[in-house]
Design a protein around this ligand. Structure first.
Ligand code: ZN
Length: 249
């Protein structure tokens, strides 16, 4: 039984069918993250509609709109909200909000998370140093580096500040031996899994929209690299998810 700790379920079409397919594949808990206020609100609604779904509320780094912090703060109190995300920094995308503005927003979202005693789900592209510094400057922040894509040297730095690493389809790509090294070395109690559906496909399903059911493709590779069974990985990952996303009981 696995947890898909980060997906964009509203982009996948019929949520009932998506959830049923996931459960049939052994993915029994999903965290639908939000990238702006409307979609965060939608994630919360899905959390209430489906027993298997919890919600993240966030403001994606490339969002052009201003985050409505008061509204997000009110939403954070909802019983189904288990994480502040998707938030983060994206310095690789051409265009979008200036780096300084992205960093200001990241700090605002970190503050919102700490105030509401929620973890964060952090997107990082080309800004690992800046994300790490922001984590260090916010006492009490806890969370996960979503779609982890860096090498073991960087992994250690995020593990050292108490963060979890969430592995996605990227670990199945032939070119990512560096990432598979991270999977092998990551402490068992810091491993999470996600699909980032409809993005983040595993190698064997390139070209089709990703789905939470396909988490098992990534899980198979992770279990093999760590020399454990799928069942052992599922038990560990679920207990890690419950430890981090505390409102997900
Ligand atoms: Zn995402």
């Amino acid at each position: 039984m696995f947890v898909d700790t980060h997906l964009h379920i509203e982009e996948l079409g019929d949520a009932t069918e998506v959830v049923q397919q996931a459960v049939a594949a052994g993915v029994t808990r999903m965290i639908a993250v939000g990238v702006n206020l409307d979609r965060s609100s939608n994630a919360v609604s899905l959390g209430h509609a489906y027993e298997e779904v919890w919600a993240g509320i966030g403001h994606y780094p490339l969002e052009e709109s201003e985050p409505d912090l008061a509204a997000l703060n009110a939403m954070a109190k909802d019983e189904m909200v288990v994480v502040v995300g998707e938030i983060g920094l994206d310095f690789e995308h051409v265009g979008g909000p200036h780096r300084d503005l992205q960093m200001q927003r990241l700090n605002e979202m970190f503050s919102l998370a700490v105030e509401n005693d929620l973890p964060v789900s952090v997107h990082n592209r080309g800004a690992a140093n800046e994300v790490l510094e922001a984590i260090k400057s916010h006492g009490g922040i806890r969370g996960v580096m979503h779609y982890f894509a860096l090498d073991w040297e960087w992994a250690k730095k995020f593990l050292d500040v108490g963060f979890y690493l969430s592995f996605a389809g990227l670990v199945t790509r032939p070119s990512r031996d560096d990432l598979r090294e991270v999977v092998k070395h990551c402490p068992a109690d810091r491993i999470l899994l996600e699909t980032d559906s409809p993005y983040g496909n595993a190698q064997k399903r390139m070209g089709v929209p990703n789905r939470p059911a396909f988490l098992v493709d990534t899980a198979e590779v992770v279990a093999e690299l760590r020399g454990i069974t799928m069942e052992q990985l599922g038990d560990q990952e679920r207990s890690n998810a419950i430890a981090l996303f505390q409102k997900m009981k």
